[in-house]
Design a binder for this molecule. Structure first.
Ligand code: AMP
Length: 201
């Protein structure tokens, strides 16, 4: 465990346990972690050593920053729990892990990833939409990785399933600078999905 004090602002980064096929994915994970540490922003993440997850954590630590990992007991072995973090919390199960990460963090940035990343991203978007939390959510769209998902969000708006202001909760960034600017600003103002409206509105 490191001696670095827990920073005031902590950002949760969701990303793949794989490295992906483009070197740009590992590069952005490294750049994001390094810049966060340089700016005194703490990292909250899934606690593993693999893929982009390990890369972002190693970059924060390498630049002298603070990292809190939250990993469920069942995945300590599968995701190779990182042993060099500032703080590692072992959660009882997946749901406890995600709730704890969301509680610790002031904002969320999604890098490229797979189903686990998508699920985490969509969950915090949903929680913002329902008014359970009001914290910025950023999709770091490296090489257009998130373009199809953002298109799907717009499709859901056109089809009448998502309000435009809720789709706007997913803030698209293409650079680390932009992602951190969104993440450290207040979340976009929004209305709760149910505020003053019936279920069919
Ligand atoms: P992936 O993007 O699939 O490589 O997974 C990235 C992270 O998301 C891993 O730490 C997974 O444990 C985590 N994750 C969170 N919720 C889920 C879920 N419901 N299914 C699969 N992975 C999940």
């Amino acid at each position: 465990m490191s001696e670095v004090a827990s920073p005031e602002i902590k950002i949760c980064v969701y990303c793949g346990t794989n490295t992906g096929t483009s070197p740009a994915y590992m590069q952005i994970a490294h750049d994001l972690g390094t810049t966060m540490a340089q700016r005194g922003l703490g990292l909250v993440y899934g606690g593993g050593k693999l893929g982009l997850m390990g890369a972002v954590a190693d970059a924060v630590l390498g630049a002298g920053g603070h990292v809190i990992g939250v990993i469920p007991e069942v995945l300590v072995r599968a995701e190779v729990g990182h042993t060099g973090l500032s703080q590692l919390e072992v959660a009882e199960d997946m749901h406890t892990r995600k709730a704890r990460m969301a509680e610790l963090a002031d904002a969320f940035i999604a890098l490229p990833g797979g189903f686990g990343t998508f699920e985490e991203l969509l969950e915090v978007l949903t929680w913002n939409q329902l008014g359970f939390i009001s914290k910025p959510v950023v999709m770091l769209d490296v090489d257009g990785f998130y373009a199809p998902m953002l298109e799907m969000f717009q499709h859901a708006v056109s089809a009448g399933f998502v309000r435009a202001e809720h789709a706007a909760l997913a803030q698209r960034a293409t650079t680390v600078e932009q992602a951190l600017a969104f993440a450290t600003a207040p979340a976009p103002p929004t209305v709760s999905k149910w505020d003053g409206r019936g279920a069919d509105s």
